[in-house]
Design a protein around this ligand. Structure first.
Ligand SMILES: Nc1nc2c(ncn2[C@@H]2O[C@H](COP(=O)(O)OP(=O)(O)OP(=O)(O)O)[C@@H](O)[C@H]2O)c(=O)[nH]1
Ligand SMILES: [Mg+2]
Length: 361
C-alpha cells in the first residue's frame, strides 16, 4: 500500500528502522538460541566433575531456585555428584558482626590455596535475604581470594527461612566437593540460630572473637562456646596484642568448665591477626591435628553419617511446614483460628488439632 494514502488511517504504521547491515541475522539467531538452551543435568554433572566453574555456578543456581522443574534437575545433579563428594574438610566460622570473619577467611583461605588446596567459601546468612548487604562487602573484603583460581566464593543463598537457606548451602557443599574443592569454609553471623545449622553441616567449628575491655566472657552464648572446636581471638595486632593474649587465657579457663566432647578433642584457644597474617598458619595446623585425631577414632565419619540423617529429617520438617502454611485452605482458616485463640474461645492445642486434621484429610 502507498504510504501517502494511508497517512490518515488510525491503523497506519510508520516505517520502522531496519537493523544496520553490520549485525548479522545468523549471529542474532545464534545468541537467542544459546540463551534458551539450558544445559541438561547430565552435561552439568559432566562439567562439575571436570572442574568447570560455570557449570558449578549454574547447578547452584538451580539448587537455589524455587521453580519445581529446576529443583527436580538440581536433585538429579546432586545425586550424581554425591558419590564424588565427601573427600573434603568442612570448616564453619562464626562470630559477631565486625569480628573479622570475612577478613579472616581472605587470609586463611589464601594460606590454604598456597598449600595447594582448593577452597570454596559459602555463607549462611539469613539476614542477607533482606539486606543483600554482606554480598558486596564480602567480595571486597576477599579481594585476593576472589582472584585466586583455586578459590570459589558464593554468597549466601536467599530464602524465607533459615532451614531453607541452610538446606541450599548444604547441597551446595556437595556440588563444590564434586567440582574438586577439598576445603569448604562456611561463614555465618554469630547471631540467632544460624550457628546451629552450620554446626550440623561442618566437621570443624571455629568461633572468632575479639578482645573486649576485660569482660571477655560476657554476652557469649554458652551454647556457641560449647559447640566450638577452637576459639580464635582475631585482631591480635598493634596495641591489641596484649589484650588478645589475655582474652585467650580467659577463654581457655572458661573452656575447661565444659564437659568433654564426643570427638575426644579438647577445644583450643589461639590469637591471630587477619591483617598481618600472624597466627593464621597455626589455625590450619590445629585443624589438621583435629582431622588426624577424628580420623583415627572414626568420629569424623560417624559424625558425617549422623549429619546426613539430621538433614534428611530437617528437610522433611522444612517441606512439611512450608506445604502446610502455603495451603490455601489452611491460610484462610488460620486467621480466624488465631482470633479465636486470642479471645480464649478455643485452646491453642485444640485449634492446632483441628487445622492439622483438616490438612491431613
Ligand atoms: N586490626 C585488625 N582489623 C581487622 C582484622 N580483621 C578484620 N579487621 C577489620 O574489622 C572490620 C570488620 O571485618 P569483617 O571481615 O568485615 O568482619 P565480619 O565478621 O565479616 O563482619 P560481618 O560480615 O558484618 O559479620 C574491617 O574493617 C576489617 O578491616 C584484624 O585482624 N586486625
Ligand atoms: Mg563478613
Amino acid at each position: 500500500m502507498d504510504d501517502k494514502n494511508n497517512l490518515n488511517s488510525a491503523l497506519s504504521e510508520k516505517a520502522g528502522i531496519s537493523a544496520p547491515e553490520i549485525i548479522s541475522a545468523t549471529v542474532v539467531q545464534n545468541i537467542q538460541k544459546f540463551r534458551k538452551v539450558q544445559p541438561s543435568a547430565t552435561s552439568l554433572v559432566k562439567g562439575i566433575l571436570s572442574g568447570n566453574i560455570s557449570d558449578l555456578s549454574r547447578a547452584i543456581t538451580l539448587v537455589e531456585s524455587t521453580n519445581p522443574e529446576h529443583l527436580a534437575k538440581a536433585n538429579e545433579v546432586i545425586n550424581a555428584c554425591l558419590f564424588h563428594a565427601n573427600k573434603s574438610v568442612r570448616i564453619g566460622i562464626t562470630g559477631v558482626p565486625g569480628v573479622g570473619k570475612s577478613t579472616f577467611i581472605e587470609s586463611f583461605g589464601s594460606h590454604l590455596t598456597s598449600l595447594g588446596k582448593k577452597v570454596a567459601v559459602l555463607a549462611v546468612d539469613p539476614s542477607s535475604t533482606i539486606s543483600h548487604g554482606s554480598i558486596l562487602g564480602d567480595k571486597t573484603r576477599m579481594e585476593e581470594l576472589v582472584k585466586d583460581p583455586n578459590a570459589y566464593i558464593r554468597p549466601s543463598a536467599s530464602g524465607d527461612t533459615l532451614g531453607g537457606v541452610a538446606r541450599k548451602t548444604r547441597e551446595t557443599i556437595t556440588l563444590c566437593e564434586a567440582c574438586g574443592f577439598d576445603t569448604i569454609i562456611i561463614e555465618t553471623v554469630g547471631v540467632g540460630q544460624s550457628e546451629t545449622a552450620v554446626h550440623s553441616m561442618v566437621d570443624f567449628f571455629l568461633l572468632l572473637k575479639i578482645a573486649g575491655a576485660g569482660d571477655e566472657l560476657q554476652g557469649i552464648k554458652r551454647g556457641i562456646m560449647e559447640m566450638a572446636d577452637a576459639i580464635v581471638i582475631n585482631k591480635a595486632d598493634g596495641d591489641n596484642i596484649r589484650k588478645a593474649k589475655l582474652a585467650k587465657t580467659e577463654f581457655n579457663r572458661a573452656l575447661h568448665l565444659f564437659p568433654a566432647k564426643k570427638s575426644g578433642w579438647t577445644a583450643t584457644t589461639a590469637t591471630c591477626s587477619s591483617v598481618t597474617g600472624d597466627g593464621i598458619p597455626e589455625v590450619w595446623e590445629t585443624i589438621s591435628k583435629f582431622l588426624q585425631l577424628t580420623n583415627d577414632n572414626n568420629y569424623f565419619n560417624n559424625k558425617r553419617v549422623e549429619q546426613n540423617e539430621y538433614w534428611l529429617l530437617e528437610t522433611i520438617n522444612e517441606r512439611l511446614k512450608l506445604n502446610f502454611y502455603n495451603n490455601i485452605e489452611i491460610q484462610a482458616l488460620l486467621e480466624s483460628t488465631k482470633k479465636a485463640v486470642q479471645k480464649d474461645k478455643i485452646s491453642p492445642f485444640a485449634a492446632a488439632q483441628i487445622l492439622l486434621e483438616k490438612y491431613f484429610k
